[in-house]
Design a protein around this ligand. Structure first.
Ligand code: AMP
Length: 297
């Protein structure tokens, strides 16, 4: 694996089909599963690692965001990344960009409503990554469900020659969705955070028993989250990320909540067929994640 800092190096060193895995680093198995998918399907795997200031709506969140390039480089190399693209801010933004990408409608609710400017920052940096790396495919986790819908629609609207590939959520054995921000949780907060995935799984059980009302599903989740500070609970259409009243087409049930000062998001997605609905709950790790092995022992 080579670590490079410019788009030009990425383009010069890439061969054949290029699989891009955009991340903000502090890697965990969620990120590594994106690498695995890219490795299976592409000739050159490029992982980008850039904590994008444009997408942070809280300056504290940006300043405390965990970073460890050496650890990330060794994990990425171990999983088969060819090029680790870790640009300085000056490479990404030589000047304050006057051109921003904004995706309407899809970004209005949920994260968009609670994090002003967030999706414009995400869409702008992802557009730059697509253009600068000339990726053939780009891998995004379902963990950030609204982000996935947003970048998929952006690529289609702007005729970008890249295929956006969704990858399932990776969870700890007890259900907690992996996130770089989990390292901020104390033992007690981590236990409380389990209510997020736990309540989503209860709602998924209800869907599989036939429940279709968003009011009822959201109430199940809110009841399970009692005691946490909730930003939103919403059942949203899979293609538009707009909230729906009834589960009649593919959708996801999304939550954002704070545990102490750490804001966590999670969701479960549903595939609706004529004869019922399946919940895509994500994949459980069979051992505690590297985040905990390294930072808690
Ligand atoms: P981030 O570094 O948080 O910006 O995430 C980079 C990519 O990893 C995004 O496409 C995320 O959706 C994805 N990702 C983060 N956590 C998970 C997870 N637990 N399972 C699957 N994908 C994830």
């Amino acid at each position: 694996m080579r670590t490079v800092g410019t788009f030009e190096e990425v383009r010069m060193l890439s061969e054949g089909t290029v699989g891009l895995v955009p991340t903000m680093g502090y890697l965990h198995e969620g990120h590594l599963s994106l690498i695995d998918a890219a490795r299976r399907e592409c000739d050159t795997v490029v992982m980008s690692l850039f904590v994008n200031p444009l997408q942070f709506d809280e300056s504290r969140d940006l300043s405390v965001y965990p970073r460890d390039l050496e650890r990330d480089a060794s994990l990425a190399a171990g999983r088969g990344v060819d090029l680790l693209f870790a640009p300085e801010t000056e490479e990404m933004y030589p000047e304050q960009p006057l051109t921003r990408v904004s995706v309407a409608e899809i970004t209005e609710e949920m994260e968009g409503a609670h994090r002003p400017g967030h999706f414009e920052g995400v869409a702008t940096v992802v557009a730059k990554l697509f253009a600068g790396t000339q990726a053939t495919r780009a891998y995004f986790g379902r963990k950030d469900a609204q982000q996935l819908v947003t970048v998929t629609r952006m690529a289609a609207d702007l005729s970008m020659p890249v295929e956006v590939v969704p990858v399932p959520i990776i969870r700890e054995q007890d259900g907690l969705a992996l996130s770089s921000r989990n390292v901020f949780l104390s033992e007690e907060e981590r236990t409380r955070a389990l209510a997020i995935s736990g309540s989503l799984m209860e709602a998924a059980d209800a869907v599989e028993r036939g429940e279709r009302s968003s009011r009822v599903l959201e109430a199940i989740v809110r009841a399970g989250l009692a005691g946490l500070e909730i930003d939103y609970v919403a059942l949203a259409d899979a293609a538009t990320a707009r909230s729906v009243e009834t589960l009649v087409a593919d959708a996801f049930l999304a939550v954002a909540a704070r545990v102490g000062t750490t804001r966590l998001i999670d969701n479960v997605s549903f595939r609706v067929r004529a004869d019922g609905a399946d919940a895509e709950r994500g994949m459980l790790l069979d051992a505690p994640s590297i985040l905990y092995e390294r930072d808690r022992s």
